[in-house]
Design a protein around this ligand. Structure first.
Ligand code: TPP
Ligand code: MG
Length: 641
């Protein structure tokens, strides 16, 4: 072992870099670099010894201006579609388009949203689309940006959310700047996400760009709605506009496909004749119009509704909403009407864990009617369509659009006697609804005083704070209590979830929802899991920077709770110690301080709070901030479940 040399200087002096030594070192390095530079310059000069350039704007790059780059026209196209926001993490592959948006376009319609991760840009656009009923645009950086964005695109695809995506890319290899532009530009950027976008194109001219972008918008908005992607060539953005006659096609959206009238009449007959019909609604409703239409159908039939929660299809306060009685209703049913249900097989069967034994819940003779557009948008590799379940009456059509004509067909096939019989069911159904509600309330009260806080108490405190508000719960699928107990009446009260359960959606998705709600006088709150927040917390800064009011109520169980449970299950199966299930699945030692994390991003942050009685007052303080137009976060330490 070599002997340590003792320093006579203090440790902090030791670690400080001496200016004179640094300069000497830098000068030496500089001298060496200077030799290399001189050689490189000679090579470059030789390469530059080209014939004199002919006159004209296109050949004057570097010593003049481009007064009208192609990207200005791209902005005209985007503006023609009425896009309000364009989310982006900045990048050189769309530098010209970015500059055109902020200067030529005045950074209005669309306005650039500064995002800290491409995945956040897309997830924000995903949440926004569901809440706004219109799409946001996203700019991605060729290969690397799309790689970051891809999981969020997949979530949006599964959740049927429209997003107008653009990706910068340099097609002409002879024009790519050496180095990074080569590692980022690719032959076919859309290949990265082609399996989970509805359509993509790589336009070869500005006219092509205009036509493809308008086409993409139209396709995206026709149900089933989904993301689309247009690649913007770097040269096309940066070159001056050469074409003399450029035109932007008029946007005309297609009427959504309504189900066949004959099939609807057949469905109506089956539903009217059923003793115990049930409606299961999944990605069915896109607006309040859809909620109101479904209420009319259910009331006409006095038929209980199970809402899967991916959209707020049916008011929670309505007596026909018996979602928490799902198993019993499916077991009793003789006719089931499914409306855009992603997993029809799963609605009729259960699968045991861990042996994967199949249990059929529905009666063998149950008649299944399914109105869906699933057949029109299936890819091979990504199998979100789930296990095959034959229907007795399979109807292709947009469920929301088809509800009103189905209700009409039901009315026409109802005799006065049958109508009176159905009316007679109402009291029994109202009682079932009341009983269901009481059962849920009793279950929620368990562990009321527990510390860390129970998720049911957390939700009760949140409800207490917003009960008199016009509210929206931005992500409503991570904790079941609000769906069980809050009296939803409006489409925007609950915005569903990520679609594909790709973690990392909740925080940015909620910010997108809040942005859509900002100008509508709707107060946005969200129940935010800790693991999800840690994927890309920079979205807190985006919310602060763009003054997006939202209340993040963290249910911080200091872990990836679901994964803890999976490991416990496996340990039980393998007869091993379940306590090791916390290895690799918990987020403590050190514990994340989300209040401070929020503060670091310029957001009002409080916590961690473990005492349930302290949650209410913290929410009041945070809501004051949110009502002033800014985001706020309250970190509550919760039970692992
Ligand atoms: C992209 C991605 N990676 C991993 C998973 C696996 N996964 C499922 S749930 C979960 C835990 C998420 O933790 P948190 O957001 O804190 O929610 P909690 O389970 O604690 O309620 C993980 C990691 C996933 N669904 N998606
Ligand atoms: Mg967690």
């Amino acid at each position: 072992m070599s002997k340590e040399r003792k320093s006579t200087r203090a440790p902090d002096e030791e670690s400080r870099l001496n200016r004179r030594t640094f300069l000497k070192g830098a000068a030496a390095a500089g001298a060496a670099a200077g030799v290399a530079m001189a050689a490189a310059t000679k090579v470059a000069q030789a390469a530059d010894a080209k014939p004199a350039q002919p006159e004209g704007e296109a050949n004057m790059r570097g010593n003049a201006f481009i007064s009208r780059p192609g990207s200005d026209f791209m902005v005209d196209v985007i503006k023609s579609l009425g896009i309000d926001y364009i989310a982006a993490n900045p990048a050189s592959s769309f530098r010209s388009l970015h500059e055109s948006i902020v200067n030529y376009g005045g950074n209005r319609k669309p306005e650039v949203l500064t995002c800290m991760h491409a995945e956040s840009s897309v997830a924000m656009a995903h949440g926004y689309a569901k809440a706004a009923g219109k799409p946001m645009a996203v700019l991605c950086h060729s290969s690397v940006g799309l790689q970051h964005a891809s999981m969020a695109v997949y979530n949006a695809w599964v959740d049927r959310a429209p997003i107008l995506m653009f990706a910068g890319n340099g097609v002409d290899a002879a024009k790519r700047r050496p180095g990074v532009e080569w590692t980022h530009c690719v032959q076919d950027p859309a290949a990265l996400v082609r399996d989970f976008v509805k359509w993509d194109d790589q336009p070869g001219s500005l006219q092509h760009f205009a036509e493809s972008t308008v086409r993409a918008y139209k396709m995206m908005m026709s149900p089933p709605q989904d993301p689309v992607l247009i690649t913007c060539d770097i040269e096309m953005q940066e070159d001056p506009i050469h074409e003399e006659k450029l035109s932007i096609p008029k946007l005309s959206l297609s009427a959504p496909p309504q189900a066949d009238e004959r099939a609807l009449r057949e469905a109506a007959k089956m539903l009217v004749g059923a003793s115990n019909p049930v409606i299961i609604a999944d990605r069915c409703v896109r607006s309040q119009e859809g909620v109101d239409a479904l209420v009319k159908l259910a009331e006409t039939l006095q038929c209980p509704v199970v809402c899967n929660g991916s959209r707020m299809n049916f008011p929670g306060s309505h007596y026909l909403n018996l979602s928490e009685n799902r198993a019993g209703l499916v077991r009793e049913a003789d006719v089931i009407l499914m409306l855009e249900v992603q997993d029809p097989w799963g609605a009729l069967h259960g699968m045991g864990e861990p042996w994967k034994d199949v249990r059929r819940v529905a009666k063998p003779g149950v008649k299944l009617i399914h109105i869906t557009l699933a057949d029109f948008l299936m890819k091979s590799n990504y199998q979100d369509f789930q296990r095959f379940q034959p229907a007795d009456l399979a109807i292709s059509g947009d469920a929301q659009t088809s509800i009103a004509p189905l209700t009409e067909a039901v009315r026409r096939s109802l005799s006065a006697t049958r109508a009176a019989e159905l009316e007679g069911k109402a009291d029994g159904l109202k009682k079932r609804h009341r009983d269901m509600h009481e059962r849920m309330k009793a279950a929620a009260a368990l562990g009321w005083e527990a510390s860390p806080v129970s998720t049911s108490r957390l939700c009760a405190e949140l409800w207490n704070a917003i009960r008199n508000e016009n509210y929206c719960l931005a992500v409503s699928d991570r904790i079941a209590w609000p769906k069980r107990l809050w009296p939803t009446t409006k489409y925007y009260n609950m915005m569903g979830g990520s679609g594909a359960a790709g973690t990392g959606y909740s925080a940015p998705g909620a910010v997108g929802v809040a942005l859509a709600n900002r100008d509508k006088g709707i107060l946005t709150v969200t129940l935010q899991p800790d693991g999800d927040m840690c994927y890309a917390p920079g979205v807190l800064w985006t919310a602060a920077h763009h003054k997006i009011p939202i209340l993040f109520l963290m249910y911080n169980n200091r872990g990836y709770a679901q994964e803890v449970m999976h490991l416990q299950r496996m340990a039980g199966l393998h007869r091993r110690d379940p306590k090791n299930a916390k290895v690799g699945t918990m987020i403590y030692d050190p514990e994340v301080d989300f209040g401070k994390l929020a503060q670091a991003f310029g957001v009002h942050g409080e916590g961690p709070i473990s005492d349930p009685d302290k949650v209410g007052p913290a929410l009041q303080r945070a809501l004051k901030v949110v009502k002033s137009g800014a985001p706020a976060l309250v970190d509550v330490v919760c039970q692992l479940r």
